[in-house]
Design a protein around this ligand. Structure first.
Ligand code: ATP
Ligand code: MG
Length: 435
């Protein structure tokens, strides 16, 4: 660096966003609401690494998937002294890592587990609204329960969250469910499906042709409009389900009916990941264009074994936080109160030793008080007070302080400044809380 050359500022990686105030307050508020709901359903937090062996995702998600084929940030680490380099990947989803950790620490031996995580995921996709390269998921995993009771539970946990966030089910978000059956049922269906795809080879796009034998079910998960009619007419997996699978599906439906949760059965719902069986579901919205899936999940009884653990039934979901926040924004619902209750105007910084104890007492009483820091004229401090969105300005002028008082001036509604005792904070806190 030389003195006369201006340093070029660097920019964040495309599709990876900074989350700054005041936006970050919306995130914290959303996460706090989530943690409250999760605790009530008995789900415990797990925090697993963001980087895992690439093989974990190849095994866990499946080789013939968008994620593993095209979207994963995978790289070779530096070689160690023996010339061996590890193949590592930024996690594109949360389930594989959680299951790995459960197996590694023998957490599934004695009792089933209800777990959740919140954190960043990485996929090299084309960035657009609601689709990013670093995005965030809250996900839950119920491990060791065969269902269908717990299938209904994970779906209902999401509904409780919508309710707490002010989202209306059936209007802002709707539930779609399907049953993927078991591997043998899927095999029979798959044969019929491949035959159907062969019959309609002329409408298949390049990707579909490449996949029609390796993963024909995924061909139906297409977003290509030219293939919709073909997909609609495809043989339905539901018609290939045996008694046990149907009983499971009916069990889930009966429980959802019992709590009055409306759903749409979507026979084409297959999910992007390979490891699902029986129940699959999505909570979707029509308010976010093509990025309409806010929460997606289902049962994945084969995964624990596939990753080297003892056979363990499992069900869970992943929820996109960016999409959820976008959805909340479109409804202008529940803008969290980023604004403080009060803004402390400090005309004379030398008076702070008498002011700070009042602010601390108010905060201890649960009042959000933002202190003006850095001095400045009375007028400029008042401007800041107004811009903060606070409902009140607390004015600690020299005359008031001499009387042991503070001026309380409403900023959001009409009303005169009143003077209140500064050192009995009970009354003051009450005024700021309720008025
Ligand atoms: P889509 O069909 O939209 O690509 P997906 O099937 O790849 O979604 P999942 O792997 O099931 O998504 O992830 C669960 C949830 O995570 C999605 O429903 C969505 O809310 C969110 N999500 C997935 N990918 C992204 C992304 N790139 N950016 C933001 N959110 C995402
Ligand atoms: Mg995707």
């Amino acid at each position: 660096m030389t003195d006369n050359k201006k340093v070029q500022p660097l920019q964040a990686v495309k599709g990876m966003n900074d989350i700054l105030p005041p936006e970050s307050a919306r995130w914290e508020s959303l996460e706090a609401t989530m943690r409250g709901v999760l605790a009530r359903y008995g789900y415990a937090n797990v925090r697993v690494p963001i980087v895992e062996p690439t093989a974990l995702f190849v095994r866990g998600i499946g080789e013939v998937t968008d994620i593993v084929e095209k979207e994963m940030y995978a790289f070779e680490d530096r070689a160690d002294k023996h010339g061996q380099a590890e193949h590592l990947a930024l996690r594109p989803e949360g389930t594989a890592g959680v299951v790995r950790a459960m197996i590694e620490h023998s957490y599934l031996r004695d009792s089933p587990r209800r777990l959740y995580y919140i954190g960043p995921m990485f996929r090299r996709e084309k960035p657009q609204k609601g689709r990013y390269r670093q995005f965030h998921q809250m996900g839950i995993e119920a491990l060791g329960f065969a269902g269908p009771d717990v299938d209904a539970e994970v779906i209902l946990l999401a509904r409780t969250l919508w309710r707490e966030l002010g989202l209306k089910e059936g209007e802002d978000v709707t539930l779609e469910i399907n049953c993927l059956g078991q591997p043998d049922e899927r095999r029979a269906h798959r044969e019929a499906l491949v035959a159907h795809l062969e019959q309609h080879r002329d409408v298949l796009d390049e990707e579909a042709r490449a996949r029609m034998y390796s993963n024909p079910l995924r061909v139906l998960d297409t977003k290509n409009p030219a293939m919709q009619a073909m997909a609609e007419g495809a043989p339905k997996l539901l018609d290939f389900l045996g008694e046990a699978s149907l009983a499971h599906f009916n069990g889930v439906k009966a429980l959802l009916d019992a709590v009055g949760l409306a759903y749409r059965i979507n026979p084409r719902l297959v999910r992007g990941l390979d490891y699902y069986n029986l129940t699959v579901f999505e909570w979707v919205t029509d308010k976010l264009g093509a990025q309409g899936t806010v929460c997606a999940g289902g049962r994945y009884d084969g995964l624990v074994e596939q990753l080297g653990g003892k056979p363990t039934p499992a069900v869970g979901f992943g929820m996109g936080l960016e999409r959820l926040l976008l959805l909340l924004e479109t409804l202008t619902l529940r803008q969290p109160a980023a604004a403080p209750d009060a803004y402390a105007v400090v005309p004379e910084p030398a008076d702070l030793p008498r002011i700070l104890p009042v602010l601390e007492a108010l905060r201890a009483a649960g009042i959000a008080v933002q202190m003006h820091a850095g001095g400045g004229s009375f007028k400029s401090q008042f401007k800041k007070a107004d811009a903060s969105g606070a409902r009140f300005a607390l004015v600690f002028g020299a005359d008031e302080l001499a009387r042991g008082e503070v001026g309380v001036k409403p900023l959001r509604e009409a009303g005169e400044q009143v003077f209140m005792p500064a050192y009995s904070t009970v009354a003051l806190a009450d005024k700021l809380r309720t008025a």
